[in-house]
Design a protein around this ligand. Structure first.
Ligand SMILES: Cc1cc2nc3c(=O)[nH]c(=O)nc-3n(C[C@H](O)[C@H](O)[C@H](O)COP(=O)(O)O)c2cc1C
Length: 368
């Protein structure tokens, strides 16, 4: 679970623990994991147009921020995108469906960034077979800039409570070109209840809980060393780590006070949701999943442009046996017979949130 600085203040009882344990103001001021955030600064600084577009693509949203991509440069105009199969979520995403959606987000961001730099990109998902590259992308000069590209650096997944405020009709209409937007109070309440039950199911299933806890990065040095997964950082969280209120063992222990507080915080967050965005597909092929990812990225950028926050809530879409009841409930509510709900997201007005860590492009290049 990801606990924000503001919300953990409640847990910490205000500034008491902060005052008691913070080593110094210097300590507090130096907790930003600069190295892990450097790729946000480096985006757009490469001479090779492929690397330049890739430097934006790697900022795409992706499940648990696993960044499972590897990139091969071919000739002088082609990129082959590979799945680093050491990076999987076997418990919560056993069929790599969500990871494939993340690759779709990556590809769309690649195409948008290339377009903004004057290149058009022809993409072909899974050009060989499902065990080959995830996509081939061929660059040619002469792209058209899509205004959505302007929002790449400001896009976030906003894992915070949203304001109790209706979405304006024109914003809903704009978003409806990307996804089904649900604002009806009864329907929203029904979805909230499913997302909550699903989140509790994931937390109460030991192996799915462990999958998340194993991916947690505690504090600046862990985040800088492994700039992926679930990053728990910043001065407040690090102070709580020093006080022993947050640790890998606390987060893994459903009986601990820290874990229970996390449950309360997630309850508050998931229920502070005035609307949802839904992406469905008639089939559920790899191509459908990539397409859903591409559209999710566009939706996320359009939300950014409109000043709205978007937060994927995927637990009820996960395909492990203990989740079957919630999977069926959400599909009964949102999908026709045979359709797959590929993405479900909370939608509303949220606070500004920080960038999340990324591996630099150089760590993901197989050559060049
Ligand atoms: C397919 C997919 C599923 C996701 N599911 C969740 C989720 O269930 N809960 C959540 O908090 N974030 C979810 N995310 C968001 C990622 O955690 C997020 O993209 C990643 O941490 C990087 O952060 P950023 O999007 O702010 O750059 C999902 C993202 C994708 C692409």
């Amino acid at each position: 679970m990801v606990l924000s600085r503001r919300r953990f203040l409640t847990l910490a009882g205000g500034g008491t623990i902060l005052a008691a344990t913070a080593a110094s103001a210097g300590f507090l001021n130096t907790r930003t994991p600069q190295r892990a955030l450097a790729p946000w600064q480096l985006a757009g600084s490469y001479a090779d147009p492929r690397k330049n577009a890739l430097s934006f693509a790697l900022l795409a949203p992706n499940p648990h921020n696993l960044q499972p991509w590897l990139v091969e440069l071919q000739g002088d105009d082609t990129v082959l995108l590979w799945h680093d199969t050491d990076r999987r979520l076997p418990e919560t995403d056993p069929f790599d469906r969500q990871l494939t959606i993340g690759f779709g987000c990556f590809l769309e961001q690649l195409v948008l960034a290339a377009g903004a730099a004057g290149y058009s990109v022809q993409t072909e998902p899974f050009p060989e077979n499902e065990n080959g590259p995830v996509a081939r992308a061929v660059f040619t000069p002469g792209g058209i800039a899509d205004p959505l590209a302007e929002h790449i650096l400001n896009r976030r997944s906003c894992k915070e409570p949203f304001e109790d405020r209706d979405l304006p009709a024109d914003a809903v209409q704009a978003l409806e070109s990307h996804a089904v937007i649900l604002t009806d109070a009864d329907q929203v309440a029904a979805i909230r209840s499913i997302t909550w039950d699903a989140w509790v199911t994931e937390m109460q299933t030991p192996r799915t809980l462990k999958e998340s806890v194993d991916l947690m990065r505690f504090g600046k040095s862990e985040i800088n060393a492994d700039p992926d997964g679930i990053d728990l950082g910043g001065p407040f969280l690090e102070t709580l780590m020093l006080a022993g209120l947050i640790s890998r063992s606390v987060q893994a222990d459903p009986d601990s006070r820290g874990f229970q507080e996390g449950v309360r915080i997630y309850d508050e967050m998931l229920h502070a949701t005035p609307a949802y965005a839904v992406l469905k597909s008639a089939g559920n092929t790899r191509a459908d999943q990539v397409r859903a990812g591409r559209e999710w990225l566009r939706l996320n950028l359009r939300c950014t442009a409109l000043g709205l926050a978007l937060h994927p809530v995927s637990q009820c879409l996960q395909e492990f046996p203990e989740m079957a009841e919630q999977y069926t409930r959400i599909h009964d509510l949102l999908a026709e017979e045979g359709e797959t709900v590929q993405m479900l997201g909370r939608l509303g007005y949220g606070p500004e949130v920080a960038q999340s860590p990324r591996w630099p492009l150089e760590a993901k290049l197989l050559n060049g």
